[in-house]
Design a binder for this molecule. Structure first.
Ligand code: ADP
Ligand code: S3P
Ligand code: MG
Length: 169
């Protein structure tokens, strides 16, 4: 029997995939998984260290493998990294899944990620980099999403409740 996540969360860094995902999983009484945590466990080091030691391309290779493995084996809530949608392979793998795009505009995203700690792509200039990433990725999040939830000005518990209602058959 095949297993699939009840919900996959995509969105920009700071959209709340990890935070809202944990909240949603608790609310639904299911497990939570985050491909970033899977990658760190497999690599045996934090994401910033992977970027420094092996580079972004290597991180993306690990990410493609982590996304495929989690989609095939995790039955709960799954959060992806913000850049997972860049790979055509990942976008194709998401077809047929329940994919919720947590949308966020620049002011809230910037406030939430602060100086970008733990997010190597944002290490230099968080606001300008986020602006660019969000413009580049907006169509990709829209392409894979089966639903979009606006997160600006809303709390993680409110968002988890809204997504739980969306998931009801
Ligand atoms: N809806 C929200 N309102 C306010 N702060 C939030 C919200 N969602 C997440 N945060 C905070 O923003 C930061 C980034 O959240 P995180 O879940 O790591 O985002 P992502 O996984 O999408 O990058 C965390 O400090 C988190 O507590
Ligand atoms: O946007 C990106 O390319 C990335 C986002 C991060 O995840 P979050 O979106 O959970 O911050 C993490 O996967 C890595 O730092 C790269
Ligand atoms: Mg995250």
């Amino acid at each position: 029997m095949s297993t699939r996540p009840v919900c996959v969360l995509v969105g920009a860094p700071g959209s709340g995939k990890t935070t809202v995902g944990e909240e949603l999983a608790t609310r639904l009484g299911v497990g939570f998984r985050d491909t970033d945590a899977d990658i760190e466990q497999l690599a045996g080091k934090p994401i910033p260290d992977i970027f420094v030691d092996e580079g972004e391309e290597h991180f993306r290779t690990l990410e493609r493998a982590a996304v495929a493995a989690a989609l095939a084996s995790h039955a709960g809530v799954l959060a992806l990294g913000g850049g997972a949608v860049l790979a055509e392979e990942n976008r194709a793998a998401l077809i047929g899944h329940t994919v919720v795009h947590l949308s966020v505009e620049l002011p809230d995203a910037v406030r939430r990620v602060g100086l970008g700690a733990g997010r190597p792509l944002l290490a230099l200039n968080p606001r300008a980099t986020l602006k660019h990433l969000m413009e580049q990725r907006r169509p990709l999040y829209a392409e894979v999403a089966t639903a979009t939830v606006v997160t600006d000005g809303r709390t993680p518990p409110e968002l988890a409740a809204e997504i739980a209602a969306l998931l009801k058959p």
